[in-house]
Design a binder for this molecule. Structure first.
Ligand code: FAD
Ligand code: NDP
Length: 656
């Protein structure tokens, strides 16, 4: 008789044993990577002490002559809406405001961006191999409204950039934008009931910048989540003698080719290094491998690389099956989201059917409408995390098996295997990356979780060995979006002062996040943002933006309808934001899966896992969580909120 039959408990299943072994392996691998300097191991390019790094933050794509020839935005100019950011988020704000009839005057909207044009992420990033990792039919915004059919399932960078320009011209936004302009601060003037926005407009190399003070009735923050490139503080890095640049500012003068020309011929005969192996490097490495004499890939943590399945769009399929009815794009976004939030119904049609739809375990970081709230007790949290690991097991095992089956050299294949749960880093998809390591000119320099030791004028040093390089590409990512406890000010790199000169960063620091639906905060009237906390997110960032911005435009429309032409002052009450914060805190235990993560930007480089033991700090952390039931449920909650028409918890008054 078995132990179970004797009532003495059940023998662990093979799956349980595997999970236990994996948990041990994950913990060991994560432990190698925790660093006491956490987020401060990096510096934002534009704030770097070294002039060489600061220069790397400059916009290589801006057409200064054309921009200088445009009519200048005047100092002191007043706009109804100042939209901070002109990426997909900023464009969505503008379109929704125009559609709602809120911005019919010629000066009602001003989009301000540090970039030289529209596109945000897709303006700055032009590296070879760039494409969206979420299917373009769900990812590219406003496809129904523009009638545009993406050329392939995963649109390349230039097409994503062109789409931003398409949206801008369809809604006549070209003359409503101030480019090359850094917003520095925004301050609420209680008397005038306006925001005063300090902006520094760059005019190109050798030209002094123009300092402007603009006024706006509303400030809408669309500054993105990954828009501040960073570089690790590696000793000696600035002394490297060869070309050195970040992937977010690709230097085609150094590599040859161009955003629309994949021939990187200037790499021929060169020893090229790439530092970092995140989602960007996965796309870049195969392109460098094709032209460089030798390519050295410096790895601290491998990415999990699943299959891609890129293919051209079939116009017949597009007409008959994809863009075949009104509302198709929202439906497709929801369909994709249901898989990633572990909420797909039995027998439901999988419209997107790609690698993302195999990732129910990603619900660990974006929530799920299933499984109920997780009680914040050690037993219940442990059960929840164990369930997540169980649903992740088939996928993570299959990704490691795939690595082994593609990469011929055993030792290299082992080093390329990802030993952390799927939700700890952005999952990646490529049918070229792992294959590149079978080329004789491609060398993996694995640092066993430690990172590169130092740099010299000649190359990078790992474990005491110098790797000589002619060129170095920094694929070292972006400042974590949850910097400053997720404060929208810290993330945007600006100061925000509300009523009575109160700083928004201070509010977050002293109190933790405090919002209604992650979109507005008491003491800061007529300021809206799509937050990284107290809100909800999808794997498809444009779905996240779409849901949030649709809601914000609707709130403003309801408020302005009440007050008429004088305009509205819209402010969430502190009671309403506390009630929402409490709801968020009650769901926070859902996100406990991150405790088994290797550091990365999702965990603020491991800082999110530090348990101070101080109850106030722990409460702040819980306030910074997201809505635990996922974006589809969040959308429903928002729809019900606005259908009610009472704007519960939001105070609306007429501007004097
Ligand atoms: P962004 O596109 O980042 O635009 C924000 C803009 O705000 C920037 O142009 C920036 O210059 C400007 N800005 C910020 N602060 C200031 C300031 N103080 N003053 C002036 N201007 C300021 N997501 C996906 O879902 N799928 C993908 O495939 C995908 N691929 C990505 C690839 C890369 C290389 C990167 C970096 C991110 C990717 N993302 C992806 C995330 C991507 O950022 C979002 O999908 C989306 O483009 C964000 O749009 P946004 O308008 O909110 O922000
Ligand atoms: P990541 O933050 O994902 O990657 C940075 C890389 O640099 C990591 O591999 C990191 O290692 C490595 N690194 C940092 N410091 C050191 C060091 N001292 N020594 C060695 N290595 C170091 O940035 P990415 O630009 O790759 O991606 C950022 C995000 O942008 C993605 O997660 C995704 O959301 C988005 N993106 C999406 C793409 C798409 O597919 N469309 C493409 C590109 C980006 P470690 O992991 O150990 O920290």
């Amino acid at each position: 008789p078995t132990e179970a039959a004797n009532g003495a408990g059940t023998a662990p299943s093979a799956e349980d044993v595997k999970l236990l072994e994996l948990s041990h392996k994950y913990t060991t691998e994560a432990a190698k990577r925790f660093r006491s300097d956490g987020l401060s191991q990096f510096v934002r390019l534009k704030e770097a002490g070294s002039g060489r790094f600061r220069a790397l933050a400059e916009d290589p794509w801006a057409d200064h002559a054309a921009l200088n020839a445009k009519e200048a935005v005047k100092d002191g100019a007043k706009h109804k809406f100042l939209i901070l950011g002109a990426g997909y988020g900023g464009l969505l704000y503008a379109v929704r405001l125009l559609e709602a009839g809120l911005a019919s005057g010629p000066h009602d909207i001003l989009l301000v961006d540090a970039a030289g044009g529209f596109g945000g992420t897709w303006w700055w990033n032009r590296y070879p191999g760039l494409h969206c990792d979420v299917e373009s039919y769900s990812y590219m915004p406003l496809l129904e409204e523009t009638g545009y059919m993406p050329k392939s399932k995963y649109a390349p960078g230039p097409e994503l950039l062109e789409h931003a320009q398409r949206v801008a011209s369809q809604w006549n936004l070209q003359d409503k934008a101030l480019f090359r302009s850094n917003v520095k601060s925004t301050t609420w003037d209680d008397g005038a009931q306006l925001w005063n926005v300090e902006v520094s407009e760059g005019r190109g190399p050798g030209e002094p910048s123009r300092e402007l003070n603009l006024q706006a009735q509303y400030v809408l923050i669309a500054s993105g989540v990954l828009s501040n490139p960073q570089v690790p503080k590696i000793p000696g890095l600035e002394t490297f003698a060869g070309p050195l640049f970040h992937t977010a500012r690709w230097d085609y003068n150094a590599t040859g080719g161009g955003p629309d020309d994949a021939a990187l011929t200037a790499l021929e005969g060169k020893r090229v290094g790439i530092l970092g192996t995140g989602a960007t490097a996965i796309q870049v490495v195969p392109k460098l491998a094709k032209y460089a004499k030798e390519l050295y890939v410096f790895q601290r943590t491998p990415s999990a690389v699943s299959w891609r399945g890129q293919r051209p769009t079939d116009p017949d399929e597009w007409r008959s099956k994809i863009a075949n009815k009104k509302g198709w794009q929202r439906e497709r976004m929801l369909n994709l989201d249901s898989y990633v939030t572990d909420a797909a119904e039995e027998g439901q049609e999988n419209l997107v059917a790609d690698g993302w739809t195999e990732l129910p375990a990603f619900s660990a970081v974006i929530g799920s409408p299933r499984h109920g709230d997780v009680e914040p007790t050690p037993e219940k949290i442990a059960q929840h995390v164990a369930r997540l690991h169980k649903i992740d097991l088939p996928h993570s095992e299959q990704v490691r098996a795939r690595t082994e089956s593609i990469v011929k050299d055993r030792e290299t294949a082992e080093k390329l295997k990802a030993w952390y749960p799927t939700w700890c880093k952005r999952p990646t998809f490529s049918d070229e990356y792992l294959q590149a390591f079978n080329q004789p000119n491609v060398h993996l320099v694995d640092t066993d979780g430690k990172g590169v030791d130092s740099a010299t004028s000649a190359g990078l040093v790992v474990a005491g060995k110098e790797y000589p390089l002619d060129m170095l590409v920094l694929s070292t990512g972006y400042v974590t979006p949850s910097i400053g406890g997720g404060s929208p000010a810290a993330r945007t790199g600006i100061s925000i002062y509300g009523r009575g000169g109160k700083s928004l960063d201070d509010k977050w620091q002293n109190h933790g996040a405090a919002t209604l639906h992650g979109m507005c905060t008491n003491g800061f009237p007529n300021l809206f943002f799509t937050a990284v906390s107290q809100s909800s997110h999808a794997a498809n960032n444009v779905f996240t933006l779409d849901v949030g911005i649709e809601h914000i435009a609707n709130i403003i429309a309801q408020a302005e309808a009440r007050t008429g032409p004088s305009g509205a002052v819209v402010e969430v009450s502190s009671e309403a934001e506390e009630a929402w914060s409490l709801q968020i805190m009650q769901g926070a235990a859902w996100f406990a899966g991150v405790v088994s993560c290797t550091p990365g930007y999702i965990t603020s480089e491991g800082e999110a896992m530090r348990q101070s033991g101080d109850p106030i700090e722990m409460a702040k952390q819980a306030r910074g969580a997201n809505f635990r039931r996922g974006l589809a449920a969040f959308l429903k909650l928002l729809q019900e909120y606005r259908a009610d028409g009472s704007l519960r918890g939001i105070e609306v008054s007429s501007r004097a």
